[in-house]
Design a protein around this ligand. Structure first.
Ligand SMILES: *[C@@H]1O[C@H](CO)[C@@H](O)[C@H](O)[C@H]1NC(C)=O
Ligand SMILES: *[C@@H]1O[C@H](CO)[C@@H](O)[C@H](O)[C@H]1NC(C)=O
Ligand SMILES: *[C@@H]1O[C@H](CO)[C@@H](O)[C@H](O)[C@H]1NC(C)=O
Ligand SMILES: *[C@@H]1O[C@H](CO)[C@@H](O)[C@H](O)[C@H]1NC(C)=O
Ligand SMILES: *[C@@H]1O[C@H](CO)[C@@H](O)[C@H](O)[C@H]1NC(C)=O
Ligand SMILES: *[C@@H]1O[C@H](CO)[C@@H](O)[C@H](O)[C@H]1NC(C)=O
Ligand SMILES: *[C@@H]1O[C@H](CO)[C@@H](O)[C@H](O)[C@H]1NC(C)=O
Ligand SMILES: [Cu+2]
Length: 246
């Protein structure tokens, strides 16, 4: 009897250890050394419910990705709370959101149980609304009502957050730059979706951009002698050396 109980306990202990091991293997590590200022943006398709874009740029210190979410034109709030994720595959040219496949989950974490935002490392890296909040409240039109342009930014949602588990580095399994974003109604319907595509630095406005980077871009676009200073100085030195040598 004692040995049976002992064996049963041993079996239970073993299964607990294995269960622990399995769940540990799906823990997402914090991404480091993300390449400086690299930016990817997804812009929802026109002609479908929910418009807007989501933009992710490497965090300034290389740890994680800073996201800026600006969604609007949601359908009736009763279809929410809405959620959104980074999905595995890009959207085909037809725009079919079903073809995006499942959530980006490089460590094999399944969709359930739901993400616990207190422990975001246990969530799927692609589960943005699980980690950072679903969309249960919408801002209504407060913009000036100019009937020429129609209602602006109605039923909108804005958010900014740092996600530590996604990456802008193509060598990382948590890289999202070649994948897609899908926004869902509460019943799971895929309302709209978009490819992420890389933005060139000159296309990147606002967000976490500092005054310094803006003035750099302005100076560069002027193409003045001032912005060419390092090259000019180098050329002058070269000319001076050549002239001096003759
Ligand atoms: C980078 O900054 C974020 C906050 O912006 C912080 O959570 C993280 O620990 C920092 N990482 C390093 C390596 O300093
Ligand atoms: C998404 O990207 C893929 C791969 O680059 C491309 O074939 C497809 O046309 C894009 N889809 C949309 C809707 O732009
Ligand atoms: C959309 O893509 C899914 C998955 O690839 C496919 O099963 C479905 O037939 C496609 N729908 C249309 C309308 O092409
Ligand atoms: C959405 O978020 C709200 C508030 O955080 C929460 O109460 C609700 O359960 C969430 N809904 C879903 C479908 O995840
Ligand atoms: C996206 O990039 C990752 C990392 O470079 C790569 O493993 C994956 O195959 C790519 N996926 C697609 C659909 O191109
Ligand atoms: C989800 O809700 C939408 C909008 O009401 C509806 O068209 C669709 O049939 C529903 N889908 C499911 C799977 O219930
Ligand atoms: C760039 O050109 C604009 C318009 O010509 C001017 O207003 C601005 O001061 C210039 N900036 C620099 C840094 O030269
Ligand atoms: Cu999704």
């Amino acid at each position: 009897m004692i040995s049976l109980a002992f064996l049963a306990n041993l079996a239970l202990l073993t299964s607990l250890v294995f269960a622990q091991g399995t769940s540990d293997s799906t823990i997402a590590p914090i991404t480091e050394n993300n390449p400086s200022r690299v930016t990817f943006q997804g812009v929802f398709q026109s002609g479908k419910p929910v418009q807007g874009q989501i933009t992710g740029v490497s965090n300034d210190n290389g740890t994680g990705v800073s996201f800026s979410v600006n969604f609007f034109s949601f359908p009736d709030v009763g279809l929410g709370p809405f959620n959104y994720h980074i999905h595995q595959y890009p959207i085909p040219p037809s725009g079919n959101c079903t073809a995006a496949g499942g959530h980006l989950s490089p460590f094999g974490r399944p969709d359930s149980p739901p993400c616990d935002p207190i422990n975001p490392q246990t969530c799927q890296p692609g589960d943005l609304s699980g980690k950072h909040g679903n969309i249960s409240q919408l801002a209504s039109a407060s913009a000036p009502d100019d009937s020429d342009n129609g209602p602006r930014a109605t039923n909108s949602f804005q958010a900014m957050y740092l996600d530590l588990y996604l990456s802008t580095d193509p060598n990382s399994v948590a890289f999202f730059g070649n994948r897609s974003v899908v926004v869902h109604a509460a019943n799971g319907t895929r309302l709209n979706c978009a490819n992420f595509t890389q933005m060139m630095p000159s296309e990147t406005f606002g967000g976490t951009g500092s005054g310094g980077s803006t003035s750099t871009q302005t100076a560069a676009s002027n193409g003045s002698a001032m912005t060419m200073a390092p090259v000019s100085v180098a050329l002058m030195l070269l000319v001076a050396v050549l002239v001096g040598g003759l």
